[in-house]
Design a protein around this ligand. Sequence first.
Ligand code: PEP
Length: 226
Amino acid sequence: MKKWVVANWKMNGSKELVGAYKNAFGNADNLIACPPFVYLNAIGTNAGAQNVHHLPKGAYTGEVSAQILAEIGVKYCLVGHSERRQYFHESDDLIKIKANACQESNITPIICVGESLAEYLDGQTIKVLVRQLQNCLPDSPQFWVAYEPLWAIGTGQTPTVEEISNVHYMLRESLPGVVLLYGGSVSALNASEIFAINNVDGVLVGGASLDISAIKNIYNLANKAR
Ligand code: PEP
């Protein structure tokens, strides 16, 4: 089975990194690069956006719609990343509307869900995820889900293999046929064991995606795990 690598550059990157990705992954059928908007056109075929406005057009200075993304060939968009929820106060309701807007423009929304550290420590992970999924999922079935525990993002900490496995089992049971990613401190060191977990179809990589040799290693491990 194909294993996906989705690279979330966040508000980072450069023309040089765009060039390095084009060289390394220009022909890849399983790597999606999500650079800042301004680099999407240059990065080529495997482009994903990190965010989208929920309306198709209008007087919303600084915003980018799904229609515009689709016109330049973007096929995927992260929706509801925890940094969007935290810093831009995106609610589950807004995330659902954004996901629907993506689908209307034939863009696959990658919907991010995950529990906080306090919820994790309190044993609430599955309950939180079920609630987020109930509220965030779009109306039609063409979407992906990324499980990203908030406490694992950018911290170097990850859930155990068993914990990821349990969450992805639950996700697979409730969402058959949906591509399921794990994200949170994925690196070249832990990627193999994460790719090997049942029901993990790929990884969402933040920090390590900015280091071209690290992301190449993760990509090679994804292809070994196919
Ligand atoms: C992310 O931001 O989606 C992410 C997974 O980040 P990191 O890999 O740096 O934890």
